[in-house]
Design a protein around this ligand. Structure first.
Ligand SMILES: [Cu+2]
Length: 186
């Protein structure tokens, strides 16, 4: 009887030791995991931070008097000039853009047969576009008028940062010409 109790006690101690050992191993694993997780988060923050390494420090007072957009397509064969009216762009008023597409960097020869497919305004920091839908009217070969654009948000930095993508179709080839635009000059 005495021996049996002694044996049981030994078994209980052995079991307790096992449980304690398993508990210790598990808590170590949990501790390691909880140490690792913030590291991953830190790394994620760092990589995101490096993506926006150049902060948007544009202020409304920096906005030029002439907000004409001018740039080349990725193929290097099309050159686009978009002039807003009124210029500079007024806040929350309807704006038209006259879009001229050229075949040369000197802007001497209008591009024939090019179609202005779409104009896409966006505020990247807020993930939204405009409340109005830009309507495209062809005036002549290479010349278009975009009606019904309205910049409904403005500010310094990201709060006033817009992007406008002009989508051109040239002989079935799509060319996207993106621009940055700050709204609006006080
Ligand atoms: Cu916005």
């Amino acid at each position: 009887m005495e021996q049996k109790t002694q044996k049981n006690r030994t078994q209980i101690v052995a079991t307790l030791a096992k449980v304690l050992a398993v508990f210790l191993v598990m808590s170590t694993l949990v501790a390691c995991k909880s140490k690792e997780e913030p590291k991953e988060e830190e790394a994620a923050e760092k990589s995101t931070g490096s993506l926006i390494a150049v902060p948007n420090t544009a202020t409304m007072t920096d906005i030029p008097e002439d907000q004409t957009l001018s740039g080349a397509g990725p193929s290097g064969n099309l050159f686009l000039v978009a002039t807003p009216s009124p210029n500079p762009i007024p806040f929350q008023e309807l704006v038209e853009f006259e879009v001229r597409v050229y075949e040369d960097a000197e802007h001497t020869k209008l591009a024939e047969g090019v179609k202005l497919d779409q104009v896409r305004p966006m505020m990247p920091a807020h993930g939204h576009g405009m409340k109005t839908k830009p309507e495209i009217e062809k005036i002549e070969d290479g010349v278009f008028r975009v009606h019904g654009m309205q910049f409904h948000m403005q500010g310094d930095g990201d709060d006033g940062a817009w992007t406008i993508d002009f989508l051109l179709r040239d002989a079935g080839q799509l060319e996207v010409i993106p621009f940055d635009l700050q709204c609006c000059r006080p």
